[in-house]
Design a protein around this ligand. Structure first.
Ligand SMILES: C[S@@+](CC[C@H](N)C(=O)[O-])C[C@H]1O[C@@H](n2cnc3c(N)ncnc32)[C@H](O)[C@@H]1O
Length: 265
């Protein structure tokens, strides 16, 4: 997995771009009532986006903790981006919350992570319990992507289907939803949050090249496709993109939707 973290670090231009854009748009709306803010970034992976987040915080923030389920990513991020105020720790946001996390942060952020997490009720409840009174939660994650569609096409083929029997648990929870903002808003309100914004944003991204596209797919691939067949799988994936006229001199085009959540305790 450390290879995958390195690949992710090289190929995550999409999340670096979108997180900057989201924070430019939303950070003027954040409420920083006191000095020495304590900030948590859930799903920090390689740590590059946590570092981008740090540039949007008040300069006197106390600590920014990147929390991540994968210990190898925690080590990579600590080695590459850790410093006196930016730390990385292991945490499963959908698991049992350690006692010392309770009511210990003023702001919780999470980027490009909740499409990997299946229990949103448990996770968002944990985040509510992590926040101090008046604390804020801001998240952006994928709810639809043409990349999911292509994986789905391949999962239905005779050749690749046997290696992808659990395709259903791979895409975002809301992949097949109409108006996913409605149930998510309801869930957040039921937990006790004041909901400021829940919206679906249509997005477009050009992966710089076929090589970068392949690198990102390799970094995030959840299927047990044998190593020796993986290059062939990637070629078929790209061929579908070519057939859809998504590959051009501009790179590899991808359409996707993000859900944005902004709420407070
Ligand atoms: C696609 S990466 C996003 C990394 C970074 N936030 C970004 O925007 O580039 C998602 C990360 O979430 C982590 N993750 C998945 N499930 C998690 C969970 N239940 N708790 C904490 N982290 C989780 C994965 O290990 C992965 O590193």
């Amino acid at each position: 997995m450390s290879d995958e973290v390195e690949m992710f670090n090289h190929a995550n231009g999409i999340s670096r771009r979108d997180v900057k854009k989201c924070l430019e748009e939303y950070s003027p709306r954040f409420n920083w009532p006191k000095s020495k803010a304590r900030v948590l970034d859930i799903g920090s992976c390689d740590g590059s986006v946590t570092t981008i987040l740090s540039t949007f915080l008040p300069s006197d923030y106390e600590v920014l903790v990147g929390a991540e389920i994968n210990p190898k990513s925690v080590k990579f991020a600590s080695d590459k981006y850790g410093n006196k105020r930016i730390k990385f720790v292991e945490l499963d946001i959908a698991g049992t919350l350690p006692d010392d996390m309770k009511e210990s942060f003023d702001h919780v952020f999470s980027f490009f992570t909740f499409h990997w997490v299946n229990d949103h009720l448990k996770s968002f409840t944990n985040i509510y319990n992590i926040l101090q009174k008046d604390g804020e939660f801001f998240a952006a994650f994928i709810i639809f992507s043409d990349i999911y569609l292509i994986f789905e096409i391949l999962s239905k083929s005779k050749k690749w289907g046997p290696w992808m029997p659990h395709f259903d648990i791979f895409p975002s929870l809301y992949y097949d939803y109409e108006d996913p903002d409605v149930p998510v808003t309801k869930m957040l309100k039921n937990i006790g949050y004041n909901v400021h914004d829940v919206r679906c944003k249509q997005k477009l991204y050009y992966y710089e090249s076929v090589a970068i596209m392949k690198e990102l797919l390799t970094a995030v691939n959840p299927f047990d496709i044998p190593k020796d067949l993986w290059p062939e799988f990637l070629e078929e994936f790209i061929q579908i993109q070519r057939n859809m006229h998504l590959v051009s001199e501009k790179g590899v085009k991808s359409h996707y939707n993000l859900m944005i959540i902004h709420c407070s305790k």
